[in-house]
Design a protein around this ligand. Structure first.
Ligand SMILES: C=C(O[C@@H]1C=C(C(=O)O)C=C[C@H]1O)C(=O)O
Length: 357
């Protein structure tokens, strides 16, 4: 057995030496890129370029490695290379252990400075003020729909959306002991309670449910008090030394949340992009139909349509629209120019590479 392993391990050692040399060769080139950018004050993080590199390695991957695993590795390589230019700071809805934090690593790799914030409002403030280079905010969940606070804050922010990232959201029921003995209350963020309500009604109909600021906060509370159970990610459970009573309790096994990356960067076209807009129309018959006609006319497909009350006491709405393509694409540019002419309110939130997942 060991005789057979020895030469194979020697091969792996030799390959590792080559990988290590190549990684550092790549890092030196990234440092040079950093010097060029510093001369022109250009932004360090280029989401469109990173998206192209990640799509490229998946397309060219000969196997047997799985394409998504190759992307995970290259995401980390780029993260480490980028950190040699500058370590970017990214604000997110904390505390440590939230799905928002997971989304930060999914987008930026692990060589970033995470800045946990107490609320979505604070993520916007920190990014607007430049305390953070970027912010990551939840936009919509596949089970529960839009994250209204984020949509409302998008209206007035000076930041732009520079990227999107979607992650699978798996909830676990966890306690200090790993069982439900003596548990009097199940705590989680209101979104997580909603995403697990059928399972909770079936399994623990008589235990009080309490909404708290975040799932990670629930996990922290459960770590302090054996009468509290938390619904959170297993990552948060590990953070606060919890035992899993039951994993994957979300009602939809394919539950996902999409996040927006906000910042001051106008992302360039990556070849596969989305553009997000907010529109309002005068309150009259056929107005929405007419408003969207320019999209059809220029062959631009709409990927999302969401409405929010304008909160001025009348039945008026803001419409949040995502379309395929980048503002610099000719067809999108023409459609948006016509939309703008008709709309009572018009704001481009940003163009950015379509999420890889
Ligand atoms: C090296 C660059 O800077 C960053 C690092 C990248 C990389 O390691 O491939 C890609 C884009 C940037 O976020 C670059 O802009 O090319």
């Amino acid at each position: 057995m060991t005789d057979k392993l020895k030469p194979l391990r020697e091969q792996i050692d030799a390959i590792d030496a080559q990988i290590l040399a190549l990684l550092n060769q790549r890092a030196k080139v990234a440092q040079e890129v950093g010097h060029v950018k510093a001369e022109t004050n250009a932004p360090v993080f280029r989401p469109e370029r990173e998206a192209q590199v990640l799509r490229g390695v998946a397309d060219r991957n000969p196997g047997p490695m799985v394409a998504t695993d190759v992307q995970t590795i290259f995401r980390e390589i780029m993260s480490a290379c980028r950190a040699l230019e500058k370590r970017v700071t990214v604000a997110y809805l904390g505390p440590v252990g939230t799905f928002s934090e997971q989304a930060v690593y999914q987008q930026f790799g692990s060589a970033v400075e995470g800045l946990p914030c107490a609320s979505i409002d604070e993520v916007f403030r920190a990014t607007e003020a430049g305390t953070a280079d970027f912010g990551v905010v939840p936009v919509e969940n596949s089970s529960e729909g839009a994250i209204n606070r984020t949509l409302d804050l998008m209206l007035g922010t000076t930041t732009l959306i520079s990227g999107e990232v979607a992650i699978a959201v798996h909830h676990s029921l966890m306690t200090k002991t790993g069982n439900m003995d003596g548990v009097q209350v199940i705590c989680a963020h209101s979104q997580a309670l909603a995403q697990c309500q059928v399972w909770l009604n079936q399994n623990y109909p008589n235990i009080e449910r309490r909404a708290v600021a975040s799932n990670a906060e629930a996990a922290r509370m459960a770590g302090d008090d054996a009468s509290v159970a938390a619904i959170a990610s297993e990552m948060a459970g590990t953070q606060y030394k919890l035992g899993v009573v039951k994993g994957h309790i979300q009602d939809d096994p394919h539950n996902r949340t999409r996040f927006a990356v906000i910042g001051h960067l106008q992302t360039l076209p990556s070849g596969k992009d989305h553009t997000s807009l907010v529109l309002a129309v005068p309150n009259k018959a056929g107005a929405v139909y007419q408003l969207l006609a320019p999209l059809a006319k220029h062959g631009v497909s709409m990927t999302r349509f969401e409405s929010r009350p304008a909160r001025i006491g009348t039945w008026e709405y803001y419409f949040y629209v995502d379309v395929d393509g980048h503002v610099n694409d000719a067809a999108v540019g023409k459609a948006l120019a016509e939309l703008k002419d008709q709309a009572a309110f018009f704001k481009v939130l940003g163009s950015y590479p379509v999420s890889l997942t």
